[in-house]
Design a protein around this ligand. Structure first.
Ligand code: BDR
Ligand code: CA
Length: 324
């Protein structure tokens, strides 16, 4: 059953928590979000181990906050390892520091006190009913732990928008699995089976939103510190995927989630029935997508498949121009 999507403009800013494992594309996503205060009210950034270890993803999230000039946004560190499996990192793509192409330093402002998981529990259990959106740009460990600790937090969540999975597109960490799902498939299952309203932006769509020389030149033409950093990060980050897939440009996966939240009309998808494979072996972390939904079986996630790629890069360059 092909459907949708509503492209309705947001009236009041969306109350948003960004859960992330920066990560090159996570940093681009964070800068895009921080430059979009009219649409997004970022309540907090929560970090998780993923692309690199937790201390580095937490440092990189604070660096992004510093670069975005949004020191009022708290950054909470979360899970240092997946629910059950051994940690898996993506240093081959994001570099040893998790942020290729730019120099990293210890940011002036530290982490917020307390753990990301407890922050999620406290915030979501006291929030107005279905009022807070979560953008999950890495493994879903933090939200899974919060749901296990306090299932009633579901009431506070409006929607969870995930970067993850692959169906038509092959996997990027195994032949069939996308990194964020492979890094903690058990966590993804906890979130999926909670019944929370879920939207996935899988590789199927993020591999359609590719950089090109012209798009990198468009970003460079903004010519402020933020855009220069983004171009330096992307030039270093996209190499691996361009070589691997023989593509003319590289994906900026996590930025697509933020672009979707700011301007959903740039994207389209449909309701599908999703299962996450957790069997040990070759298929661990694979997302199994059944497109044949019906009124009786309406599906459990919205699966985004198409995007106006140039529209996403126009949005990114316009918003970066608002930063220093
Ligand atoms: C996802 O995996 C990570 O390496 C990226 O940051 C992105 O969230 C893409 O598969
Ligand atoms: Ca990520």
């Amino acid at each position: 059953m092909a459907v949708l999507l509503a492209g309705a403009a947001q009236v009041a800013p969306l109350d948003l928590i960004i859960d992330t494992d920066p990560g090159a594309d996570d940093v681009v996503a964070l800068l895009l979000a921080m430059a979009s205060a009219e649409e997004l009210n970022i309540r907090a950034i929560t970090t998780v181990a993923g692309n690199v270890r937790l201390d580095k993803t937490s440092r990189n999230a604070r660096l992004a906050r510093e670069w975005g000039g949004r020191e009022e946004i708290p950054v909470y560190a979360g899970a240092a390892r997946p629910l059950l499996r051994s940690p898996v990192y993506a240093e081959n793509v994001h570099g040893g520091e998790g942020l290729p192409g730019v120099a990293v330093h210890e940011p002036a402002q530290g982490l917020a006190e307390g753990s990301a998981v407890q922050y999620l529990v406290d915030t979501l259990s006291t929030a107005e009913s279905h009022s807070i959106t979560l953008a999950i740009l890495g493994p879903q460990t933090n939200l899974a732990l919060a749901l296990i600790r306090a299932p009633a937090i579901l009431r506070g969540i409006k929607e969870v928008v995930v970067m993850g999975g692959a169906h038509v597109n092959a996997g990027n960490i195994t032949p069939v699995a996308e990194f964020n799902l492979y890094a903690d498939a058990e966590a993804a299952e906890v979130v999926l089976s909670s019944g929370v309203k879920l939207t996935y932006l899988p590789l199927d769509v993020t591999h359609k939103v590719l950089t090109s020389d012209a798009r990198l030149a468009q970003l460079a033409a903004v010519n402020n510190q933020a855009s220069r950093r983004v171009v330096d990060i992307l030039n270093a980050y996209i190499k691996a995927d361009m070589q691997r897939y023989g593509m003319p440009g590289g994906p900026v996966h996590d930025a697509s989630v933020i672009a979707y939240l700011i301007k959903p009309s740039l994207f389209s998808g449909r309701r599908v029935e999703l299962q996450v494979d957790r069997r040990a072996g070759m298929t661990y972390g694979q997302t199994l997508v059944n497109e044949y939904t019906s009124t009786e079986q309406p599906g459990n996630v919205v699966w985004i498949e198409e995007a106006d790629a140039q529209g996403v890069f126009d949005l990114l360059s316009t918003r970066l121009a608002c930063l220093k």
